[in-house]
Design a protein around this ligand. Structure first.
Ligand code: CA
Length: 229
């Protein structure tokens, strides 16, 4: 089931993306607006991934992303952002996107990112027998991909889950942003480490009593992050 929703109002860009994804074996559902994307997903919840342009008529790509994420924690979401607008990258991630590709992009670049995210979605089921990784009062449930804190369930996006999985496996250890980037996003991100910071901020909102005074997800100044249970 390689089903991907492509939401872009510019027909020429959409066709280009759709043709290339189909050639790679993806089943593509097309939408020309955010509203249309949401109804496509409502009609077919087996859609595993979405590629969302930011600039759309009606609700924009960020809002579309937020609403899709409300309905599916597991869906892989990639935003298509303008290269010149740094804040677009961050906004998309805040709304729950897993990754972004900046316009203009090459076919190779887009497909690499889509494939990378798709592989991450596919490896959802753990191969081993371990069901939970426990760290202090937290437990990461590998089967449901949720975080439990004293039996209270905390919803995580795919990316947040993978970051925590990395930290839980390496407690009290400095992980550089580069290491986190490579582990979670693969090696083809071109060293854009802001994506790590945004996700750490989002995770802090979920795991810290006071996100501005983190006690678990610590910043190691100028170097990276460290998990302390
Ligand atoms: Ca557009």
């Amino acid at each position: 089931m390689k089903k991907i929703l492509v939401c872009e109002d510019e027909v020429s860009i959409r066709s280009f993306v759709v043709v290339n994804l189909r050639r790679e074996g993806y089943e593509v559902v097309e939408a020309g607006s955010g509203e249309e994307a949401l109804s496509c997903y409502a009609a077919d919840p087996t859609i595993a991934m979405a590629l969302l342009d930011v600039m759309l008529p009606g609700i924009d790509g960020f809002e579309t992303c937020r609403r899709l994420r409300e309905q599916s924690r597991d869906m892989g979401i990639i935003m298509l952002t303008a290269r010149t607008r740094e804040e677009e990258k961050v906004s998309g991630l805040r709304m729950g996107a897993d990754d972004y590709v900046t316009k203009p992009f090459s076919t190779a670049e887009l497909l690499a990112r889509v494939d990378a995210l798709y592989r991450r979605l596919e490896t959802k089921e753990p191969a081993g027998y371990i069901e939970q990784i426990v760290s202090g009062e937290f437990a990461l449930d590998l089967r449901t991909r949720r975080l439990l804190r004293q039996d209270v369930s905390i919803e995580l996006t795919q990316v947040e889950f993978q970051i925590l999985e990395l930290f839980f496996g390496n407690p009290d250890t400095l992980l550089t942003r580069g290491e986190i980037l490579r582990h979670v996003w693969g090696t083809d991100m071109g060293g854009d480490e802001k994506i790590v910071d945004v996700n750490i901020r989002r995770l802090r909102m979920k795991v810290e009593a006071d996100p501005s005074e983190p006690r678990h997800l610590l910043t190691v100044w100028g170097r990276g992050y460290q998990w302390n249970a």
